[in-house]
Design a protein around this ligand. Structure first.
Ligand SMILES: Cc1cc2nc3c(=O)[nH]c(=O)nc-3n(C[C@H](O)[C@H](O)[C@H](O)COP(=O)(O)O)c2cc1C
Length: 686
């Protein structure tokens, strides 16, 4: 049933074209990541001279009291340059203002459906090294993208070598989901290790791996650079004892991992540069390691080996290992308790951490064993505060929703319950003129004659992120942050705009009039000749459902319909590693799982979006049932298929459906990743 399809479309060609048009030259897709293997960048920046807490001189984000346009101007703290990130089709990336001679911060990775980022490249196509390259002029960095490989639907193409009475897995072909067998040719499979210590699966594009209980050793570099790897499934009864050096290094999509009970050795850099890690779990009974606040800690030495996106280093930790929080994203502050006596080099380098809250005094901080390389933060202006308590992430209480309308667009915003938002709400509706400030925020002043908003309960400092609404107290203006900025004094945050509004607001031109209302503005009546649209979908685990809802919310005159199986699919039915119901149906050309209910008067629809999860490269058989249930030939109806999947593209799953409605006007459709943009899919309506 499964066909091998290795569809590897290099975006390079497109990028070359773009470069040719822009005169930039080169494709920039082959950059490797020099920092991935645990190398340490050069030290000394962002250190001593930047240790002053923010606030005093940073009265205004970007510090430009005279509102000069941004550029190479000399500010009282030196000359600053702008680093612009051209994501070339990916999601927008905020620009940075960097003091001359300092490195730029590695930005949050943009997204681009169907592609993954290979690095940031200069105009001459050389890759920018965020550890060592310095900013000495205004510069634009270009995203390098490579197409995600559309993986074949075959079972794992693993290679083995026999070692004594067992097998070692040494390599792999191209797979979406890797299932390592417990047994090979009658012998147990006990190790994963490439030849001569190379990573057996290094830099492969699979998304999920299932490791059987027989595996005792995951060798060095095994999963090194598997950037698309999200799920590592290790069983509760695993015999695993050893995880080698750099085994999961640069698995930048990995979010969680469980360390089984028997693991005694975790090699250097095993989880180095795992930027997305949210938590480790360590099986109870493991005598060598434990997890606290999600961080991985070695019991014998109380060393925090690898940190995750959690604000607090636990009080039990005495050592923080070299690079422990390197590239960690998702937190801006880190609390370090007084128990810590050793901090390794580059421990927060290239992370999103910009503030260290230390529990002890300055003298106690100075007594911690650490070298000057510890201050190798990337370019961060890291703020250090003493004698502070652990961080309790504040959960703002919401007051109400308001709406910001400009042109044909309306963006929703949630207001926090504080003095500023209550004052604002009492003045609505309000029309203000917004203009850009320093490529970070859109700002507007209150109407002339009206008083500044009440900011009586503003915090001392605030670190704005994209989407924040705040008042800048010294000037009295309202700011809509569409980019993040460093901790600043004088900001009174009062709400957050909906995430889909950030991009829209970032693009408004200067002096755009935005009306803020507490009631959602009623959109003008849709023209009556609008096509009638059906968004029909089947979703076993709700991924496709999310995409269908997004399409429905963005297509006027559309009706959402869920294809509900008469017999719901249980998780056992979906366990594709077994002879499960889903597999059996996909293998049976005659299978037509029954549907509960039907679309009323299906003939009324001019356009039908049909959505499904990919099951072994094809649409689930219930989609076939759907088309065959109606005594209708869909003549002239525009049908737009869409799917979600682990990684496979829509491929032949769409064309295989054509014979079910041969008179329809079938569009190519698309695979949409969870939360991904549906705009190009909707464009297929035209
Ligand atoms: C039986 C089965 C087979 C699957 N086959 C594939 C496949 O061939 N390629 C792939 O990328 N993902 C495959 N997946 C993953 C699903 O396509 C993916 O998880 C999808 O987003 C689930 O959508 P849903 O949550 O709407 O059901 C398979 C999942 C199941 C249950």
């Amino acid at each position: 049933m499964k066909t091998k399809k290795f569809v590897c479309i290099l975006l390079a060609c497109i990028l070359c074209l773009v470069f040719a048009l822009t005169g930039c030259g080169g494709n920039g897709t082959n950059g490797s990541d020099p920092a991935d293997n645990g190398d340490i960048g050069i030290g000394g920046v962002g250190g001593d001279e930047d240790k002053k807490p923010d606030g005093d001189e940073d009265k205004k984000p970007d510090g430009d009291e005279d509102k000069k346009p941004s550029g190479d101007e000399t500010e009282d703290k030196g000359t600053y340059y702008t680093v612009t990130f051209d994501s070339r089709g990916g999601s927008a990336v905020e620009s940075q203002r960097i003091r001359e001679g300092n490195p730029a911060a590695r930005p949050q990775t943009p997204t681009y459906d169907g592609y993954y980022l290979t690095g940031w490249f200069k105009k001459d196509d050389t890759e920018w090294n965020f550890d060592t390259d310095r900013v000495n002029e205004n510069i634009t960095l270009y995203a390098g993208w490579e197409a995600e490989v559309q993986l074949p639907d075959s079972t794992a193409s693993l290679t083995f070598v026999k070692e004594g009475n067992a097998y070692t897995v040494t390599g792999i072909g191209e797979e979406a989901i890797v299932v390592i067998p417990a047994e090979h040719e009658g012998l147990p499979v006990t190790k994963i290790q490439g030849h001569h210590g190379t990573g057996a699966f290094a830099q492969k594009a699979f998304t999920s791996v299932i490791i059987p209980d027989t595996i005792t050793e995951i060798g060095q570099n095994t999963f090194y650079g598997c950037r698309q790897l999200v799920t590592v499934n290790i069983g509760a009864n695993s015999s695993l004892t050893t995880i080698g050096n750099n085994a999961f290094s640069a698995c930048s999509s990995l979010k969680n991992i469980t360390i089984p009970q028997g693991v005694r050795t975790i090699g250097d850099g095993a989880f180095n540069n795992c930027a997305s890690l949210e938590s480790f779990s360590v099986a109870s009974g493991n005598t060598a390691y434990r997890a606290e606040n999600g961080h991985l800690i070695e019991r014998a030495t109380n060393t925090l080996i690898r940190g995750v996106a959690n604000y607090n280093v636990p009080e039990s930790v005495t050592n923080i290992a070299q690079g422990a929080f390197r590239r960690t994203s998702g937190i801006t502050e880190l609390y370090i308790p007084k128990t810590v006596t050793v901090i390794g080099n580059s421990f927060i380098q290239d992370s999103t951490i910009t503030k260290i809250n230390y529990a002890g005094t300055e003298a106690e901080w100075n007594a911690i064993e650490k070298s000057s390389s510890m201050w190798n933060y990337g370019n961060r202006d890291v703020q250090l505060v003493y004698a502070v308590a652990p961080i309790t992430p504040s959960q703002p209480v919401n007051l109400c929703e308001v709406y910001m309308t400009f042109g044909n667009e309306t963006v929703a915003a949630q207001l926090y319950d504080n003095a500023t938002s209550r004052d604002l709400v009492s003045r609505l509706p309000l029309t203000l003129s917004f203009s850009d400030y320093n490529s970070v925020e859109k700002i507007a002043y209150m109407p002339s004659g009206s008083s500044a908003l009440n900011t009586s309960d503003a915090p001392d400092t605030y670190t704005p992120v994209a989407g924040d609404l705040a008042v800048y107290i010294p000037w009295g203006n309202i700011s809509i942050f569409y980019n993040a900025f460093r901790a600043s004094a004088g900001l009174a945050p009062f709400g957050k705009i909906a995430s889909d509004g950030i991009a829209k607001l970032s693009q408004i031109s200067n002096n755009t009039q935005i009306t803020i209302t507490s009631e959602k503005p009623v959109k003008p009546e849709q023209p009556t000749n609008e096509p009638k649209v059906l968004v029909a979908y089947f979703s076993a685990t709700n991924t496709t459902e999310g995409v269908a809802e997004t399409i429905h919310s963005q297509v006027a005159n559309s009706y959402l319909y869920e294809i509900i199986p008469q017999e719901q699919y249980t998780s056992a039915d979906l366990n594709y590693n077994t002879d499960c119901r889903a597999n059996r149906e996909q293998n049976d050309p005659t299978a037509r799982p029954k549907i509960s209910g039907s679309v009323e008067n299906i003939e009324q629809y001019d356009v039908i979006f049909i959505g499904y999860p990919i099951w072994w490269g094809q649409a689930p058989k219930i989609i076939y049932t759907f088309f065959e249930s109606y005594n209708y030939d869909f003549d002239g109806v525009t049908i737009i298929p869409f799917c979600t999947s682990g990684s496979s593209g829509i491929g032949s799953s769409a064309t295989s459906l054509h014979s079910l409605a041969p008179k329809a006007n079938w569009k190519s459709g698309a695979r949409i990743s969870s939360g991904g943009s549906v705009s190009s899919l909707i464009a297929q309506m035209n």
